[in-house]
Write a protein of this length. Structure first.
Length: 404
């Protein structure tokens, strides 16, 4: 059905604008008049090539920046009894031009064409992860789509808060390190070469530290392009290696072994697992389906592999707490909470509590980590700058003694 953009006045004389679907401009005018709007401009709006544009521009949503918002909006509308197609159309009209608007119109077309919402969302795996589609599907099957979307919105908002805390916490140390490193490179490539001529003219023997400093400076000047290419190549190689199964396993294994930082990676992976498992179970998914999805949301293939091994035992008839026993990255406290939840029939609630506890521990440890990281960076960069200053001053003092 064609889409028409319009500008109109409402009963109070206030100008409004929007879009309406109709077979012709005259039908669009009749629809608006029935709604109490008096159009003075109607023109056909060519619907964007939604599916293609979503594919090309999906990066805007792949970072999950808009996903919590549209999930909350859709949950609110469907819980209030608004039909799904009308809710999607309303959201699409109110959304600014961009990928999100194109996505909503694409999903709307699928739903009007007879697809379920879960089937439509599954066509965009880079935007809607498997757990999202599964929860929506479970909500549609049970007739509780609004409640399922509300659970999803709560989960996504909690995950977004954690990501924002991590980003905020690491922003200052990262910026400080980049600035300090830039200053050192500037001194080595622009300041030192001007002083080198003084040392060469005098001809005095230079201290070892000064010779090392001048050699490094010369290397940076002559081969900076090579070092840049080497850095790009190593970065490219790391990204390629990290996409392989063996590479991801090795990298994630090393992450877990790094002192302090490894503990942080461990906590955040367990928090994601417990939170996701709780959310999926609340939505009515079976334990086997829940674990198969949750294994891919931990962010660490080593811990994800342990969950998959536990899944095999659960399918054979074991409880989740027993299935996870013996797995090295699941501590006894978490297993005890899971066991209590299974015995009392409150497993989703206990997993939610476990996730909250893990998140608090993560935040405490992160604050301690950052309190140590900042002085370490300052001391390291101060040591580098101090070495440069001493290496420059020693020969200058020797030169002044020779002149005397």
């Amino acid at each position: 059905m064609p889409l028409f953009s319009y500008r109109a006045y409402d009963r109070k004389g206030k100008e409004t604008s929007g879009q309406v679907e109709a077979d012709s401009p005259s039908e669009a005018r009749e629809i608006l008049l029935k709604k109490g709007e008096f159009p003075f401009q109607i023109k056909e709006s060519h619907r964007p090539e939604t599916r293609e544009k979503v594919r090309v521009l999906k990066g805007l949503l792949s970072g999950r920046r808009d996903l919590p918002l549209i999930t909350r909006q859709l949950a609110t509308l469907t819980a209030a009894g608004v039909p799904l197609a009308r809710a999607l159309e309303s959201m699409a009209r109110q959304t600014p031009e961009g990928t999100t608007k194109n996505l909503l119109y694409a999903v709307l077309e699928d739903v009007r064409g007879g697809m379920s919402l879960a089937e439509s969302l599954s066509r965009y795996p880079d935007i809607f992860p498997p757990y999202y589609v599964s929860i929506v599907g479970a909500g549609e099957e049970s007739g509780t789509l609004g409640a399922s979307l509300t659970i999803l919105a709560d989960y996504l908002e909690d995950q977004e808060k954690v990501r924002e805390k991590i980003t905020t916490a690491l922003a200052y140390p990262t910026l400080m390190f980049i600035i300090a490193l830039s200053v050192v490179i500037f001194i080595m490539t622009f300041i030192l070469p001007k002083i080198t001529g003084i040392f060469e003219n005098v001809g005095a023997e230079l201290p070892l530290s000064t010779r090392i400093l001048l050699a490094v400076s010369a290397l940076l000047q002559r081969f900076w392009f090579f070092f840049l290419l080497l850095f790009v190549f190593l970065l490219w190689g790391y990204q390629k290696f990290s996409t392989t199964e063996r590479g991801r396993e090795l990298i994630d294994s090393l992450k877990l072994r790094i002192p302090l930082a490894g503990r942080l990676a461990h906590l955040i992976a367990l928090s994601r697992f417990t939170s996701t498992t709780s959310t999926l179970l609340k939505s009515g998914l079976s334990m086997s389906r829940t674990l198969s999805i949750a294994a891919g949301t931990t962010g660490n293939v080593v811990i994800g592999g342990e969950v998959r091994r536990a899944l095999e035992r659960v399918i054979e008839g074991e409880s989740l707490s027993k299935a996870l026993q013996g797995e090295p990255h699941f501590p006894p406290t978490i297993l005890q909470m899971i066991a209590v939840g299974e015995e009392s029939g409150t497993l989703p609630f206990m997993l939610e509590k476990a996730s909250a506890s893990l998140t608090r521990e993560y935040e405490t440890l992160m604050a301690r980590f950052l309190s140590l990281l900042e002085p370490v960076i300052i001391l390291f960069m101060g040591g580098v700058v101090g070495f440069i200053v001493v290496s420059v001053m020693l020969p200058l003092l020797n030169i002044s003694q020779i002149i005397r």
